[in-house]
Ligand binder design. Sequence first.
Ligand code: M6R
Length: 602
Amino acid sequence: MCGIVGYIGVKEKKEILLDGLQELEYRGYDSAGIAIIENSQLKHFKAVGKLENLREKTKNYSSSGFGVSIGHTRWATHGKPTELNAHPHLGEFSFVVHNGIIENYQELKEELESDGINFLSQTDTETIVHLFEKYYNKSKEPFISFTNTINRLQGAYALLLITEAEPDVIFFAKNGSPMLIGFNKDEIYFASSDTPIIGKATEVYYLEDGEYGYAKNGEVTLFNKNGEKGFVKKALTTNKAMAQKDGFRFFMEKEIYEQSQVINDTMIGRVLDKEIDFEELNSDFFNGISNIKICACGTSYHSALAGSYLLERVAKIPCQVEIASEFRYKEPLLQKNTLFITISQSGETADTLEALKMAKRAGLRSLSVCNVDNSSIVRESDRAILTRAGIEKGVASTKAFATQTMVLWLLTLYIAQIKKTISKEELDSELKAIRKTPKALIVTDKLHDKIHRLSKRYLHGHGFFFIGRDLFFPLALEGALKLKEISYLHAEGYPAGEMKHGPIALADSELFTIALMPKSLHYEKIKSNVEELSARDATILAISPEPFELSDDFIQTHYKSHPMLEFFEMMVITQLLALEISIRLGNDVDMPRNLAKSVTVE
Ligand code: M6R
C-alpha cells in the first residue's frame, strides 16, 4: 500500500511531487521521499513519518527548468520505517520507487551481493536499482537494461526509475500494482491513482499488468510481452472526491473490496513455504509464558475473541479476552507468566492504551497488533505486529478487522510451532487455507447485487439478532456492530446456543435473525438453534454453504473446507449487508452519527 508519483516537464517539480504524495498519503505514511534530475544533477530527499516531515526537509529546495522526478510514500512491508528503507532507492547513478513486493528479491540480492554490491536498506526494492545498473554497466543501453531488469522480477510491482545515464527519461513498469500515466501537452505524470494528477493532467492512460516503457520528450513509448503497442488515452475526471474513493460510493465500500488485496500484505514475509514467521518476534519472547490476555475495544475486541478460540484450540495456550474499558477498573489480578496483547486499528484508543500501561506496571510482557506504526500503543508495547491494512477511512472498521484476525491466526500457528502443538500435516493444511484467504475475500458483482436486492427487506422490524457458534460468535458480534453503527437499527450478536436462555422470547416475524451457519464447525448444532427460531416465526436470513429450507432468505457461501475460510467469506457478507442497508436508509456510511474514527478519550 505505497503511493507513487512521477513528473517530467518544466514546472517546479518538488511541489508537484509533494502535493501528489499528499493525495496518496492514505496508502501509507511511515516515510516518504523524492528524487529529481535537473540539468543532469541528481537530488534526493527522504524523511521518516508523515509527509510534513519531508516538506520541512525540502523547504529550502526548489527546482527550475526541465527535469524528471519521482516520489514515494511508504507503508512498510520489508524492513522497518527508517530513512534508509524509504524510497527512492539509490544505486550509483539511478533511483527507483516501487509499490508491491518483489518475491524473488532474496535470490536477486544474493546474486548482486556476490558481485560485490552493498545494500543500504532491508527492502526488496533496492534490488531493482542495482540490477538495472549491473545491466547498464555491461550494455550502456538504458532501456535494454531496464527491460532486462523487469524480466528478472517476480511478484507485484508498479515502479519508476530515473538515471543519470539518460537524464531526460522516466522508465516505468506495472504488474499487479496500480499505476497510470497522465498527460498535459508536453508534460507527463505518473501516479498510483487519479487523485494526484486531477487538475494537472487532462488525459490519462491506466497501465495494464505486464506493460512497461519510457517517457521522453512529452511522449510515452509503451511495450508489453508482444513488443511495442499503441494505447488510447481517456479524458481525466475532474471530480477529486470520487477519484479518492476509486469510483466507490463510500470509503467503507472501497475498503470492503480492498480486503482481498490488503490481506496479502498482512501475509507477506510471514506465510512461508512450510511455516509461519514474524520478523517482529522470536521464540525467546515466549519463554516463561503460559497464558495470554488480550485487551481491546469494539471491532478489535471481536477480532481478539475470534483469536482466543484459535489460540486455545491450536496453540493450546489459555487465553482470556477483556474489553479494555472494563479491564481498567476491575482490579485485575495479573501474573507474570501472562503475555498481554492489545489489539487496535488506530493504536491510539485511550482505554486500550491505559490497559496496556497497567499491564506494564504489573511487569507483564506486551505485544500489540496494530495498523499504525509509531502509534502510542505500538510505542508502549515490547513488541508490535503491524496489520498492514493501509489507512482505513470509514469509521466502521472492515479491513482492519480482517487483517487483525489474520494476524491472530498467524500468531496462533507461530506459537503452536514453538510449543509443538501442531503436527507438520496440520500446519501444511493451515498454510493451504491461509493462502486461499485472499480469494475468499473477493466481492463478486453477483454477491454484491444479491445483497443489494435483499437489503430492501431489512429496513424495519424491531431488531436484528446475528447468531453464530464458536468462532462465528465473535463474527456475529461484529456483524451486529457493523449494522448498528451505520444503519442505527438495533442489532445484537449472540451465541446461537444461548438464544433459548432468554432472547428467543423476542422471536416473531419482525425479529430478523442473521444466522451464520458454517459447514465446517458445529453445523448440526447451529441448525437446530435456527430451527428453534424459525418455529417461533422469526424472519431468518441464513448464510451457509448448505441450502437451509427453513430460511426466508438465503445467501450461499462457497468455502466449507476450513472454518477460517468460511469466517472470512461470511464476514464480507455481513459487511456488505450493513453497507447496503445503511445506503438505503440514506445514512452517511463513512461518518455515522455520534462516532469518531479514533477514540482517544475514555
Ligand atoms: O482503533 P481501535 O481498533 O482501537 O478502535 C477500537 C474501536 O473504537 C473501533 O473498533 C470501533 O468499534 C469501530 N468503529 C468499529 O467499526
